[in-house]
Design a protein around this ligand. Structure first.
Ligand code: F6P
Length: 365
């Protein structure tokens, strides 16, 4: 009769609700109590109504919904020891010894640190007479499993994160809509695509919408990007393609070889000044993170959620925390620390502009 707490943290992503639903239902099916921890780490720190036992019914009619119905927050309190101590006290009060964290790499790193710190937090709670000797023994360790919910697809170890597929649908719907007016007016459109320092969304959307040029952070053009842009478009007209429109996708983290940002407005200026085009800029923004989850994300969230519960039940106190990943079409368990370290290393390599190494490291585990 174990208890599982589930929370979502960081930016929301479509498919998170499918994962929460699967966790509740598989957890209940195997005889666990499952608790929603609302508003992410903040709800864990604040306790009270933020921690609620899930029921079969409360997890109905949510699989299709985007966002996260149990809320998400960026929590400063959890970065402080006192905040984590309060969180530990709340989990013990509710009898929660198993946690499933759904979030990006920052949220999962926080979960792993919390697990490592757990024995000392429990000791401190006992020393301060906030828990009994029995509780100290009963809650001597905390199991943690991570799921990656993020539209960015920026986590090493998984081929897809929850939300990416839906975000791609949103981007393509938007480009398809823009195309009709772009073609009517013979205009070029420059679109900014989310993804932080990861260019996956821009690259995948660019292929799928026949973009003329794509700028992503991991593969800046050799030489001057302005020249590269003009050369590419000129090449297209030379080859006899007389297009009524061009779509240029710029990932929000796109940079040149020196690490200077490439921004949509700069691209627009080059196209209008040097190529004499009529150009508009569209920043898709949070539309990409909104709306109902795609079939793929509903299934991915469900499969990952179910596997997370099974991984928790298999875990012994000495088992390293894992993150549930997609490897090809298989759902697999990857050591959380290894995946997080690799994701961090990619961020360092990006800052050092070692793009070839980034591309190698972003591959499979
Ligand atoms: O990580 C997901 C993401 O949507 C990024 O693509 C984007 O840069 C960021 O979150 C936006 O964050 P916020 O919702 O806090 O503005």
């Amino acid at each position: 009769n174990q208890s599982i707490g589930v929370f979502t943290s960081g930016g929301d992503a479509q498919g998170m609700n499918a994962a929460v639903r699967a966790i509740v239902r598989v957890g209940m099916y195997i005889g666990c109590k499952v608790y929603y921890i609302k508003e992410g780490y903040q709800g864990m720190v604040d306790g009270g109504n933020n921690i609620q036992e899930a029921t079969w019914l409360s997890s109905s009619n949510m699989i299709h919904m985007g966002g996260t119905l149990i809320g998400s927050a960026r929590c400063m309190d959890f970065r402080e020891r006192w905040g984590r101590l309060k969180a530990a006290q709340n989990l013990i009060q509710w009898g929660i010894t198993n946690l499933i964290a759904i979030g990006g790499d920052g949220s999962l790193t926080g979960a792993n640190c919390f697990r490592q710190e757990w024995p000392s937090l429990v000791r401190e709670l006992f020393d301060k007479a906030l828990i009994s000797k029995e509780k100290q023994a009963q809650f001597s360790h905390l199991n943690i499993v991570g799921l990656v919910g993020s539209i960015d697809n920026d986590f090493c170890g998984t081929d897809m994160t929850i939300g990416v597929d839906t975000a791609l649908h949103r981007i393509l719907e938007a480009v398809d809509n823009i195309m009709t007016t772009a073609v009517s007016h013979k205009r070029a459109f420059v679109l900014e695509i989310m993804g932080r320092t990861c260019g996956y969304l821009a690259l995948a959307a660019g292929i799928a919408c026949e973009a003329s040029v794509i700028f992503i952070p991991e593969d800046p053009p050799a030489g001057d990007w302005r020249q590269y842009l003009c050369d590419n478009l000129m090449e297209k007209s030379k080859s006899g393609e007389s297009r009524r429109t061009h779509i240029v996708l710029v990932a929000e983290g796109a940079v040149d070889r020196e690490g200077n940002p490439i921004k949509c407005n700069d691209v627009q200026k080059v196209l209008s000044d040097q190529m004499k085009m009529d150009v508009r800029v569209t920043v898709l923004g949070h539309v990409q993170r909104g709306g109902n989850a795609s079939a793929f994300d509903r299934l991915l969230g469900s499969r990952m959620g179910a596997e997370a519960v099974l991984a928790l039940m298999d875990a012994a106190p000495t088992t390293p925390a894992c993150v549930i990943c997609l490897d090809g079409s298989d759902i697999v368990r990857v050591p959380l620390l290894k995946a997080v370290q690799r994701t961090r290393r990619v961020a360092e390599l990006m800052a050092e502009r070692k793009f070839d190494e980034v591309l190698q490291l972003r591959g499979r585990p």
